[in-house]
Design a protein around this ligand. Structure first.
Ligand code: FEO
Length: 169
């Protein structure tokens, strides 16, 4: 049985994952406007993965016979100024999501909910990868600046990212 505290924090996390999808979609639209279609692809794929993250928690709550309470999704700030600024925002956001996931891990331990504690491990691992992805791209952008030729090469690289449905394993 999931406690009310754990139920509430999982419902909040569903909302944060869907907000993340909105945020990445906003970024994708910005890159598309700039003609940076590889960057637009990368962020759009990430938006789809964020929906998967939300759905995995949704399904977990249903499996545990726990009430899902959907909440309003905030509109992200769409004032982006450069590719580097976008990826710095991404890293900040993912650090924030990591701390949310850690709060779920800690609360589930406090509530002796070992199933949720075990469930959330998948997200802890996922966050390590998400932070690394953002840091790697920030490093490239800082190394090569906004020179058109290097931006074009990175754009080509990011165009290769493909969406694969994220499954809980
Ligand atoms: Fe679902 Fe990017 O965290």
């Amino acid at each position: 049985m999931i406690s009310d505290k754990v139920k509430n924090i999982l419902n909040e996390q569903i909302n944060k994952e869907f907000y993340s999808a909105y945020l990445y979609l906003a970024m994708s639209a910005y890159f598309d406007d700039m003609g940076l279609y590889g960057f637009a692809n990368w962020t759009k794929v990430q938006a789809k993965e964020e929906v998967d993250h939300g759905m995995i928690i949704f399904d977990y709550m249903i499996d545990r016979d726990t009430k899902v309470q959907l909440k309003q999704i905030d509109v992200p700030d769409m004032n982006f100024t450069s590719p580097l600024q976008v990826f710095e925002k991404i890293l900040d956001h993912e650090l924030y999501v990591t701390s949310s996931i850690e709060s779920i891990a800690n609360l589930s331990m406090d509530e002796c909910d070992l199933a949720t504690r075990n469930f959330i491990n998948w997200y802890l691992k996922e966050q390590v990868e998400e932070e690394k992805n953002a840091r790697d791209i920030i490093t490239s952008l800082k190394l090569f600046g906004d020179e058109k030729a290097s931006l074009y090469l990175l754009n080509d690289e990011l165009a290769k990212r493909e969406y694969h449905k994220h499954e809980y394993d």
